[in-house]
Design a protein. Sequence first.
Length: 119
Amino acid sequence: QVQLVESGGGLVQAGGSLRLSCAASGSFFRINAMDWYRQAPGKQRELVAAIPTAGSPNYVDAVKGRFTASRDLGKNTAYLQMNNLKPEDTAVYYCNVDVWGTFGIRRFWGQGTQVTVDP
């Protein structure tokens, strides 16, 4: 199986920055896509950034120019650098990872990390 551990959330004032991490561990052959989602209170979970196996990340319009998603293949870790944070970015952020292992190809979710942006 695969374990995902997220870190880096917290409370920040508007205009501030945070960096989220999502580290994958366990028994698997390869990690494919690594994506970041968020879910604000009373809203559906939405895709924020998608990091493909190859190529550049894609972002939802609301975070373009402010968020940067990246991955370290050697560490099986994804990152989400969030700059110029706004109150509307307040949400629980989740990583979602596509993994190939003896179990086939499956998606796994991280436990989520709270990001709160004060006005």
